[in-house]
Every structure is written in structure tokens, then in C-alpha cells.
Design a protein around this ligand. Structure first.
Ligand SMILES: Cc1cc2nc3c(=O)[nH]c(=O)nc-3n(C[C@H](O)[C@H](O)[C@H](O)COP(=O)(O)OP(=O)(O)OC[C@H]3O[C@@H](n4cnc5c(N)ncnc54)[C@H](O)[C@@H]3O)c2cc1C
Length: 395
């Protein structure tokens, strides 16, 4: 049965859900508080489990051509650059996990989703519309938006990010939790680099209380750089807090020259504190449901936040297709998604400890066996990723 579905939030979650639901014949109105749908300069890793959802939306090829396929996943020591482990990715990903592993500029992914939504007759995007109040009334949900505007629909999907007002309606006020980590982020034009370039891999560089991540975007024209440090005194939770280069350099003083050059040559860097949440008691209530960061914000140390949003979008649409009653469909969606997202949130948090080993002894105890496994048993390293990358919500 075709429904009128209201979606709050025009990020990756909201746009992907719009596309998945519109394909089933539903009419979608997506409300975005901002005046335009865009993203700060930064990259995203889309692992095979996310690429399978993009394939189901017929967007896989477009994402592959706009992105970059890393040869391997690597872990290196941040100062010396010594490789701790290194496993093939491009050669193995399709055979083992059923799709490619792609790095893409956030703005490019958002544009691909947005362009597709704009050509759909079933999707209407209303910018400058901030959701402020939600009333449920029998078989309908009524929204009050900025400027006193109202809209009614059959159900509401909250894809409104970590500060979700829809989540607050479902679970009451619960401030997100500062994780003690602050991230620097920027994109560097490769043509400006004169020294040794970063490897063509998904590379995490680890050190005491800090790590960096490097990978290429746009067919290798850009390098995405993320630097995460542990810091207790910073609380601004923003995508667009511009940081100072000198501070970034001083946070990573003595790290590998390739990383130093990236910091030197970037035009601008953004800095923000990283927050997550303890798992929510519920993601749905009646005719209201949550997807993406609205229900499971996580540390980016498994690179799965946006990928989980893609999986949510697909599963939500599937449940609404297969269940006659909206309330039951939303309960089924929650049942299918919550345990997996919680496990990914937990593992992301644990990775902070692995990446930031403090002493040479704990580094040896952690990275020694990893080095051995990468050399002697790469199969074991691949196997450890099967539950994440091999998962196929579209199967
Ligand atoms: C450093 C870092 C690196 C990351 N790397 C990766 C990665 O490699 N791979 C990966 O999969 N994930 C990664 N992530 C996670 C990923 O970025 C997020 O999980 C993802 O962007 C969440 O998408 P979303 O649509 O749920 O939320 P958001 O992107 O936050 O979108 C929410 C939207 O809702 C709008 N909105 C909010 N409130 C309202 C309202 N009241 N009314 C109307 N609109 C509203 C906002 O303006 C926004 O457009 C990373 C995150 C960080 C911080």
C-alpha cells in the first residue's frame, strides 16, 4: 500500500531512505533544516555491505566512478611508518564480501543521492524546514516545522542526526556522550605534494593516544586526512569548526614526514569533538522510527556510521513492503537492526584502545600478534571482517 512518508533530515540516511521508499511507490516529503544539502570537505569509506545497498538503488557504478578503490587495508606505526599489518582489499573484496570497498568524497556521495532524489516524481525535498514538534493522532503523524508550517503523513522517519528531535520525542532528553577524542579532518590536493605520497590503501597510522587515517578520493586526485587525538577539554560538536594548522602540526609532532606534509599542504582543516551514545532503549514508537546517527551515532573507528545508515534505509523500506501494519513493520525493522548497530558501536569504541596504545609494551603486545597474523594468517584477518563487510541486507 502506498503511503505518504515524512522524513526529517537530508543527510545520507534521509536521502537513502527516500530513494528506497520511493522505489516502492510511497510518496516522500523530506524536510531539511539547512538552506542547501551539502557537506564539508571530507571523505567516507563505503565498505562492501554499504555498496550492496547502493547497488540495490542502482547507484553502485556511479559511486565507483566518483570514488577511489584502495588496494589494501593497512595499519602502520605513526612515527616510523612501519607496517603492522597489510591485507589485500581490492583483489579480495568482491569474491569474499560481494562488492567493492570504495572511498568517496562526502559531497560526491551526497550529490549522487540528491540528484537521484530530485529526478524521482515521488520525492519532494523541502529545504529551510526545521522539524520542531511531532503529534501522533490516530493513523497520522502531524509535524510542526519552522515558521509554524505543518504537514501530515502516515509515518515519520527521523534521519535528523546525532541531535535528533525525533529521538528526543521517543526517548526523552539524553545528551550524547563525549568520547574523549577530537578529530582533525581535511582534504589535500595530491598535485601539491612533493614528498613521498601516502600509500594507495585504507591506512590507519597509530601512536600514543592518537591515530591518523589516510586514503585517496576522486580517482586519486585528493587525499583524505583524519587525525584523532585524546583530549579531555573540548566539547564543541560540529562539522565545521575550523582548526588551526599549527595546532594540528603540534598534536602530531614527530609523526611520519608524509603525514607532516599533508598537514602543511592542506587548505583548511576542520576540528570537532567526537560523541556517541549508549544504545537507545527503542528506535521506534507507533508510526515514528529512527535511522542513521539519530539512533546509533558511533565513533568513526570502524568507518561504519554512514554504511549503517544505508543498511537501515534498505531494511526499513523492506519491512514496510512486507508487513501490512506500519507499527508492526517498524517493530520488525528495529528487531532486525538494533543488535547489529549496537555491536558495531561497541567495536568502534574498542578500536580507540587498539589504535591508541600508550606504552611500548602494550604496543608490542597488541601490534606484535597483529603483525604475525597479517603475515602468517591473512585469512584470519579477512575472516574477522566477514560479519561487517559480508553482511548483505539486500539478500
Ligand atoms: C571523523 C569521521 C569520519 C567518519 N568516517 C566514516 C566512514 O569512513 N564511513 C562511514 O560509513 N561513516 C563514517 N562516519 C560516520 C558518518 O559520517 C555518519 O554516521 C553519517 O554521516 C550519518 O548520517 P545521517 O544522515 O544519519 O546524519 P547527518 O549526516 O548528521 O544528517 C542529519 C541531517 O538532518 C538535518 N537535521 C537535523 N535536525 C533537523 C531538524 N530538526 N529538522 C530538519 N532537518 C534536521 C541536518 O541538517 C542534517 O542534514 C564518520 C564520522 C566522522 C565524525
Amino acid at each position: 500500500m502506498s503511503m505518504k512518508i515524512l522524513i526529517a533530515g537530508g543527510g545520507i540516511a534521509g536521502l537513502a531512505a527516500s530513494l528506497a521508499l520511493a522505489r516502492d511507490g510511497h510518496d516522500i516529503i523530506l524536510f531539511e533544516q539547512a538552506a542547501a544539502i551539502n557537506e564539508v570537505g571530507a571523505g567516507l569509506q563505503i565498505s562492501p555491505n554499504g555498496m550492496k545497498v547502493l547497488r540495490s538503488l542502482n547507484l553502485e557504478e556511479e559511486v565507483i566512478s566518483a570514488g577511489f578503490e584502495p588496494e589494501r587495508i593497512e595499519l602502520r606505526m605513526g612515527k616510523s611508518g612501519a607496517v603492522i599489518f597489510d591485507i589485500p582489499l581490492a583483489d579480495r573484496s568482491v569474491d569474499r564480501w560481494g562488492a567493492r570497498y570504495i572511498h568517496i568524497h562526502r559531497a560526491d556521495l551526497l550529490n549522487i543521492l540528491l540528484n537521484e532524489a530530485e529526478i524521482s516524481d515521488n520525492i519532494e525535498i523541502r529545504l529551510n524546514h526545521q522539524l520542531q514538534q511531532i503529534n501522533t493522532d490516530g493513523d497520522e503523524v502531524e509535524l510542526t516545522l519552522s515558521g509554524g508550517r505543518t504537514e501530515r503523513g502516515d509515518l515519520l522517519i527521523g534521519a535528523d542526526g546525532i541531535h535528533s528531535v525525533v529521538r528526543e520525542r521517543l526517548t526523552g532528553p539524553r545528551p550524547p556522550r563525549f568520547t574523549g577524542c577530537v578529530a582533525w579532518r581535511g582534504v589535500i590536493d595530491v598535485s601539491r605534494l612533493t614528498g613521498a605520497k601516502p600509500p594507495p590503501t585504507a591506512c590507519a597510522w597509530v601512536g600514543k593516544g592518537a591515530h591518523m587515517v589516510t586514503y585517496y578520493l576522486r580517482s586519486g586526485q585528493l587525499v583524505n586526512l583524519v587525525g584523532v587525538i585524546e583530549r579531555s577539554d573540548w566539547r564543541t560538536e560540529s562539522w565545521s569548526e575550523r582548526g588551526m594548522r599549527d595546532q594540528f602540526l603540534s598534536d602530531f609532532k614527530g609523526w611520519h614526514p608524509t603525514l607532516q606534509e599533508l598537514i602543511q599542504k592542506g587548505d583548511e582543516f576542520f576540528q570537532w569533538a567526537l560523541f556517541d551514545r549508549t544504545p537507545l532503549p527503542k528506535w521506534v514508537d507507533g508510526r515514528v522510527g529512527l535511522i542513521g546517527d539519530a539512533c546509533h551515532p558511533m565513533l568513526p573507528f570502524l568507518a561504519q556510521g554512514a554504511v549503517m545508515a544505508l543498511e537501515d534505509a534498505y531494511v526499513l523500506a523492506k519491512c514496510l513492503r512486507e508487513e501490512a501494519a506500519v507499527e508492526t513493520a517498524l517493530q520488525t525493522y528495529q528487531g532486525m537492526r538494533r543488535a547489529r548497530a549496537t555491536q558495531i558501536q561497541d567495536q568502534s569504541r574498542r578500536n580507540a584502545g587498539t589504535f591508541h596504545r600508550q606504552s611500548p609494551l602494550t604496543q608490542l603486545a597488541t601490534y606484535g600478534p597483529m603483525w604475525l597474523a597479517g603475515h602468517a594468517l591473512p585469512e584470519v584477518v579477512h575472516q574477522r571482517m566477514d560479519w561487517i563487510y559480508g553482511h548483505d541486507v539486500t539478500a
